[in-house]
Design a protein around this ligand. Structure first.
Ligand SMILES: *Cc1c(COP(=O)(O)O)cnc(C)c1O
Length: 436
């Protein structure tokens, strides 16, 4: 990744400034770098000529390298070429996007759907299309960065509630309903202020589930709207893999259902499912949709094939396999008692399990050391640090897929359990942080 052009060896003041910042990042144990992978995403990946057992991917159903998706993408390349040419509103909207969106609306049982180039663009485009400075956006403390950025960009008043804390959420909703009443009458006539609650269903770095039923009841009580990002639940739980809102029977009561196409669906992109009015408004107002070239048609075709696949019997079988691996891993690494395994307390509150198992470490450098130690044994588990999670909340984030075998999971558990016995050694080493 790093390209050093020896023709320009002189370090400019600009670069000096950047090096100071990089040094600070390194000192804090937060330095990140890209690792080149020379294989497809799968349980075994090639990095630097070595094969690693991979527990880092969100390819939960093992679809990212599946022949069905590859064939769909290949066909789309043959028929529609590689590039989309311009924004869908400018040069016409290629058929694969429409097929994908019809498939998504059918999958999620909503009136309509709209796909975006990424999940990030979905969040930014949607929230900014719906809210302005007179409105209130209420975020879960652990919400994904793209939704935080979207909330900041839209200009609405931001309120944050403690993670999945319904009492805290209700306090904010009570405040926002009085705030709304006291807003300027003139402005209210033009466009009434609104409150939007934003949560994930399965949280990306903690793997726990939001209390969606209770949140739906609250937003209805206070006349707020709800947006649920199902990035890590789409394809993973619910009937036909529809997600956690479906599993909990509240999908039809959520105004804005978001998902991504690059995780369990094995392709790339993001989407919103909801009413036809919502989709029409996004086509007219979502700037990340309007002012961006459409994704490659092959990505839409692969995602559309994945949407069919997850609803099939084979999709059901992969979800069962995934769940078996998740349960095996959770019991297998429980003896790692020195590291708190996340989401323990909430496990019984929700009928569904995510495929994300965080192993809480705390200290950033220590998390990196543990990841390095696993890597020495040929196992790739990422150390997740600030700013992805809060400072002092670093962790190893294990993600499982249906493509892992019981042997793969046993190997991980044995390695983790072995590391705990060497923990004092690990703590005493003060190796520089190197891993993302
Ligand atoms: C990955 C992720 C996104 C962003 O989706 P991309 O397609 O990767 O841009 C949004 N929300 C959550 C919760 C995610 O985990």
């Amino acid at each position: 990744m790093l390209i050093i052009n020896r023709k320009f060896p002189r370090v400019s003041l600009f670069d000096e400034h950047l090096h100071q910042q990089l040094d600070a990042i390194r000192d804090a144990g937060l330095y990140r770098e890209l690792r080149r992978v020379d294989s497809p995403q799968s349980p075994h990946i090639r990095i630097g000529g070595k094969t690693f057992l991979n527990f880092s991917s969100n390819d939960y159903l093992g679809l990212a390298n599946d022949p069905i998706l590859k064939e769909a993408a290949g066909k789309a390349v043959k028929k529609f070429g590689t590039g989309a040419g311009a924004s869908r509103l400018v040069c016409g909207s290629l058929a694969p996007f429409h097929e994908l969106e019809e498939g998504l609306a059918g999958f999620k049982k909503t009136e309509a759907a709209l796909s975006f180039s990424t999940g990030y663009a979905t969040a930014i485009g949607t929230i900014c299309a719906l809210l302005g400075e007179d409105d209130v956006v209420v975020l879960d403390k652990l919400i994904h960065a793209c939704l935080v950025d979207a909330a900041r960009l839209c200009g609405a008043k931001i309120r944050v509630f403690a993670h999945s804390d319904l009492d805290d959420l209700e306090k904010i909703l009570r405040w926002s309903s009085t705030f709304r009443l006291s807003g300027s009458t003139l402005k209210r006539e033009l466009q009434p202020p609104r409150t939007l609650i934003v949560t994930e269903s399965f949280f990306s770095m903690d793997g726990d589930a939001a209390p969606l039923r209770e949140m739906v009841a609250l937003k209805e009580k206070y006349g707020a709207w709800l947006m649920v990002d199902e990035a890590h639940a789409t394809g993973v739980c619910g009937k036909h893999g529809r997600g956690l809102a479906d599993e909990l029977g509240v999908g039809h009561r959520i105004e804005i259902q978001m998902g991504t196409l690059g995780k369990a669906l094995g392709a790339s992109g993001g989407f919103i499912c909801g009413s036809l009015a919502l989709i029409e408004l996004l086509v007219n107002r979502a700037r990340s949709f309007i002012f961006s070239t459409a994704p490659v048609p092959a990505a839409a075709a692969a995602a559309a094939a994945a949407v069919c696949f997850v609803q099939s019997n084979d999709g059901e079988r992969r979800r069962r396999e995934l769940l078996e691996r998740v349960k095996q891993c959770r019991t297998g690494i429980l003896p790692v008692s020195d590291h708190q395994i996340g989401m323990g307390d909430r496990r019984d509150a929700c009928p569904a399990l995510s495929a994300i198992i965080p192993i809480m470490v705390g200290n950033e450098k220590k998390a990196v050391e543990l990841a390095d130690a696993l890597s020495e044994q040929g196992i790739f588990v990422p150390a997740i640090r600030y700013p992805t999670v809060a400072r002092g909340k670093a962790r190893l984030r294990v993600t499982l897929t249906a493509a892992h075998t019981t042997d793969d999971v046993n190997r991980l558990a044995a390695a983790l359990n072995g590391l705990v016995n060497r923990k004092s050694q690990i703590q005493n080493q003060n190796a520089p942080a190197r891993r993302t």
